[in-house]
Design a binder for this molecule. Structure first.
Ligand code: IDC
Length: 458
């Protein structure tokens, strides 16, 4: 027996399988870094950095990125504390990503400037240990041959009451909304985006950027970068990205008019050449008249059009984007007084356990008159919690499918609330694909979204 083991061990060594037999080699060591330049412009760039811990669990980390010279300057970074000394750029873990178990990964990112050519990193260390690494250039733009939603449909536009693709044929985009990116940025990384694109076969990622509640107003430049980075991650996987200016409290979008103009001028200029971006200018106006919402829209839309003339813009509606129904009004206030702009759609939201037949009737009536997009809905009550209402959700989704109205579900996150698609704790790990990570709501939505799109191509 001993001889047999020795023989096996020798064969294993020859085959490079020593780890199976030698206890010391079982624990992997070191780290892996994937550094991706997600976009680059004259004198500047943005990069995403995925750090995977291949060693023992660590409760704090510092990544050092060696640049060939000091010609590259860190401008800002996110998801870590960033600094630069000479030609070394460092990032240290923060509260929620400080602990990295074996195999766990964290996504951070930076914006930098450079003179001459953009220098590429030459080495990475994590807590002083050398990492294996890869440096990728900007991902290629989706094209028709790649079979992705953006590759097939290209730049979308409004045609009659529908959203149409590059062949001028109506399409329904089905996908998921992030939770507030100020709270759940750990959920949006390469692994979770891969799962959304490949396993869920989602067409769309809605990027919910709250303006208040520790959102955009606290760090305009940082949130703008994070939104852009998610646009790039969606683009790299052929998904549309809906940039949601997530106003909620206060409900009058005019409170944030100046911020909206600044934000949209920036993201529209930066993303003008992309085909995958849709702008949603006010999540859920509430306690405010349709006239005030329309006035806001007519000031923000020209700012977007000036930078990105061909993108679809979606306008929130009265009563938490219920077309006025939750305020005792109806879609007729919009039909009788539409926003003075072309290539726009109107928002309709519902939460299946709270909003039923009267809301479905309003959506059905409106759908023959107004281009509509369900940019957010829940399978549960309007609080985002409570029991999943399977019957109402199914009735709603069947109706949206029949009317070819696009939708995004609240939320692709592991928030501890029943509207979330992922079980609590999922975003601390790297598995977003197995069925065990899905909540009841996530299981239902994945089964709906992953069915074939059959996008028309002629
Ligand atoms: C909820 C979140 C919850 C968070 C709250 C804060 O689910 O975790 O504490 O926002 O504002 C909406 C909003 C959306 C709400 C969601 C559920 O667009 O921001 O998210 N909802 O209440 N409209 C109807 C329901």
């Amino acid at each position: 027996m001993k001889r047999l083991l020795a023989l096996l061990a020798t064969c294993a060594t020859i085959l490079g399988l020593t780890a199976l037999f030698s206890p010391q080699a079982v624990a992997a060591t070191g780290c892996k870094v994937d550094y991706t330049v997600t976009s680059q412009w004259q004198g500047g760039f943005q990069a995403g950095v995925k750090i995977t811990n291949l060693g023992a669990p660590i409760s704090g980390w510092t990544l050092a990125i060696a640049m060939p010279d000091a010609g590259q300057k860190l401008v800002q970074g996110w998801n870590a504390t960033w600094s630069q000394s000479g030609s070394t750029v460092t990032a240290s873990g923060i509260d929620w990503n400080r602990t990295l178990n074996t195999g766990a990964a964290v996504d951070v990112g930076l914006v930098g400037s450079f003179t001459g050519a953009n220098p590429k990193p030459t080495a990475f260390t994590l807590n002083g240990v050398a990492c294996t690494g890869s440096v990728d250039e900007t991902p290629t733009t989706p094209n028709p041959g790649d079979g992705t939603p953006v590759g097939i449909n290209g730049q979308v536009h409004v045609c009659g009451v529908h959203l149409c693709n590059q062949y001028n044929r109506p399409v329904q985009l089905r996908g998921m909304s992030t939770h507030g990116i100020q709270w759940f940025s750990q959920c949006y990384n390469a692994a979770s985006m891969d799962a959304l694109a490949k396993d869920w076969k989602a067409d769309l990622l809605r990027v919910a950027m709250y303006v208040q509640e520790d959102g955009y107003e606290t760090d305009p430049a940082g949130f703008t970068s994070r939104v852009n980075s998610l646009v790039d991650m969606a683009e790299a996987r052929g998904m549309y990205a809906m940039i949601d200016f997530h106003t909620l409290t206060p409900g009058d979008p005019n409170y944030n008019l100046a911020r909206a103009k600044t934000f949209f001028a920036s993201v529209a200029a930066r993303n003008a050449d992309k085909k995958n971006v849709i702008y949603e200018i006010a999540n859920e106006p509430n306690g405010v008249s349709w006239a005030a919402i329309k006035s806001y829209a007519e000031q923000v839309i020209p700012v977007i059009r000036a930078a990105d003339p061909d993108a679809v813009v979606i306008v929130g509606t009265r009563g938490w984007s219920s077309l006025g129904v939750s305020d005792g009004s109806s879609e007729s206030e919009v039909i009788n007084n539409p926003v003075n702009a072309s290539n726009i759609m109107y928002t309709f939201h519902f939460y299946a356990a709270s909003h039923k037949d009267s809301y479905r009737a309003a959506l059905s009536r409106a759908s023959s008159q107004l281009p509509l997009f369900v940019t957010e809905f829940g399978t549960v009550s309007a609080t985002g919690g409570g029991a999943l209402d399977r019957a109402s959700t199914t009735t709603w989704l069947d109706l949206l499918d029949q009317l070819k109205i696009g939708y995004a579900n609240w939320t692709y996150s592991d928030a501890p609330e029943s509207s979330a698609a992922l079980n609590p704790g999922t975003c601390d790990g790297s598995d977003y694909s197995s069925s065990g990570v899905l909540t009841e709501s996530g299981t239902l939505l994945k089964s709906r979204i992953s069915t074939s799109d059959n996008f028309p191509t002629s």
